[in-house]
Design a protein around this ligand. Structure first.
Ligand code: HSE
Length: 399
């Protein structure tokens, strides 16, 4: 029997305890649950402790689940556990993306593991698959819907013509959204996840602070109405690809996807990840990217991996050498622009070679039109878009 400690008895922590109780009680025992609070009446109330040193000093504990989140106490406890030779399994993408390089090295130095399957794609078995089943591949690109909350919001806005604020509130009630919804809706959560995937893909450190990140707060129902006229969906994509010169192109932003794009049908809280390998081609993963039990299931899978691999390395990780980043401003793309009909000439002059649509066809968007630009560099588009000022209402990249 492997004895473990769970740090944080919130949504994911209570899920970890439940998954172990339901599926792994013959192999794993939850000896401690660390939380600031007490849980009178909870079946595990006798395991609750408030002092991390009790866990640290107990030689019976070989694996710690860090599911408290944040980069304060979680970082300190993770370092201390690894230094004591205790493996750590986590869903904490902020910590993995920000300090994973150091924590992976610490685990290697102390003969234990730092595993984070649940940090990307919730319950989708993604990281272990990249590290093992795709080990023979040179992964060239990853494109993903990596945030369940924003996908849920966008899906419901489109399907029900629902209000952004109301849908966000429900996402929080369902336990999908982060405590601070900015992390989801501003794209930071997806940014951390693509930083982790691109580090695994390249074997090098990727700094989330250097990733261009745009969230969904500027997306309106009018954008959905124009998008649907062209059979397009609006999705928050996180994408990375290795360029011919070896540099990494990586960004997070909303995109208009064609209806037949493999990720266009990934809806609600589901995540979808498309991986392109140099000999394999495309492979796609789909599953619950957020929520208590799917996320907990991935944490517990890591615990079982640690339990079964004491003393031998688990594949995966990256070095402390940082990737070289491609300049996003130089990327060639097409863009959707929503603009005032009174400025149609100016818009067409700024973006020659594009096509206008939806002129006078959407009753709730009277006085507006949609425009798809020709292919152009991001920097050229941004410069001309900015100059148009009030004539333009929104712009979204085209995939
Ligand atoms: N808030 C995150 C999401 C949780 O919505 O995807 C899972 O990482």
């Amino acid at each position: 029997m492997v004895k473990i400690a769970v740090l944080g008895y919130g949504t994911v922590g209570s899920g970890v305890v439940e998954v172990i109780g339901r599926n792994c009680a013959d192999r794993l025992e939850v000896k401690y649950i660390l939380d600031l609070r007490d849980f009178p009446g909870d079946p595990y109330e006798d395991r609750v402790v408030h002092d991390f040193n009790i866990i640290l000093n107990d030689a019976e504990i070989s694996v710690v689940c860090e599911v408290m989140g944040g980069v304060g106490a979680a970082y300190q406890f993770t370092k201390q556990a690894l230094e004591a030779g205790k493996s750590v399994c986590t869903s904490n993408k902020e910590l993995v993306a920000g300090h994973g390089t150091e924590l992976l090295a610490l685990a290697a130095a102390h003969g234990c593991h730092y595993l984070f399957e649940a940090s990307v794609g919730g319950g989708i078995p993604l990281i272990r698959t990249i590290n093992t089943s795709l080990a023979s591949e040179r992964i060239q690109a990853v494109t993903g819907i990596l945030n369940g909350t924003t996908n849920y919001i966008l899906s419901r806005m489109e399907r029900e013509q629902a209000d952004y604020a109301m849908v966000l509130k429900q996402a929080q009630e369902l336990g999908y959204a982060e405590r601070n919804p900015d992390a989801d809706v501003e794209g930071h959560d997806a940014c951390r996840k693509i930083a982790i995937l691109s580090a695994l893909m390249t074997g090098r450190k990727v700094d989330p602070e250097k990733i261009y990140t745009e969230g969904i707060t500027g997306i309106t129902l009018a954008d959905f109405q124009f998008a649907s006229m062209r059979q397009r969906k609006i999705k928050l994509l996180a994408m990375c690809s290795v360029q011919e010169d070896g540099k990494l192109s990586v960004l997070v932003a909303p995109f208009l996807l064609p209806g037949d794009h493999p990720l266009a049908g990934v809806n609600d809280v589901f995540n979808g990840v498309l991986i392109t390998g140099n000999t394999l081609g495309d492979v796609m993963f789909h599953g619950r990217g957020a929520g208590k039990l799917p996320t907990a299931s991935a944490v517990v899978a890591d615990v079982l991996d640690c339990a079964g691999s004491q003393g031998r390395p688990v594949p995966g990780g990256w070095s402390d050498k940082e990737v070289e980043y491609a300049a996003e401003a130089e990327t060639d793309r097409r863009f959707f622009v929503r603009a005032r009909l009174s400025a149609r000439r100016e818009v067409e002059a700024a973006f020659p070679g594009g096509s206008a649509f939806g002129v006078g066809e959407i009753p709730s968007c009277e006085g507006e039109f949609g425009y798809f630009t020709a292919v152009m560099k991001e920097k050229n588009f941004e410069e001309r878009y900015r100059k148009l000022g009030d004539a333009v209402l929104n712009r979204i990249r085209l995939a």
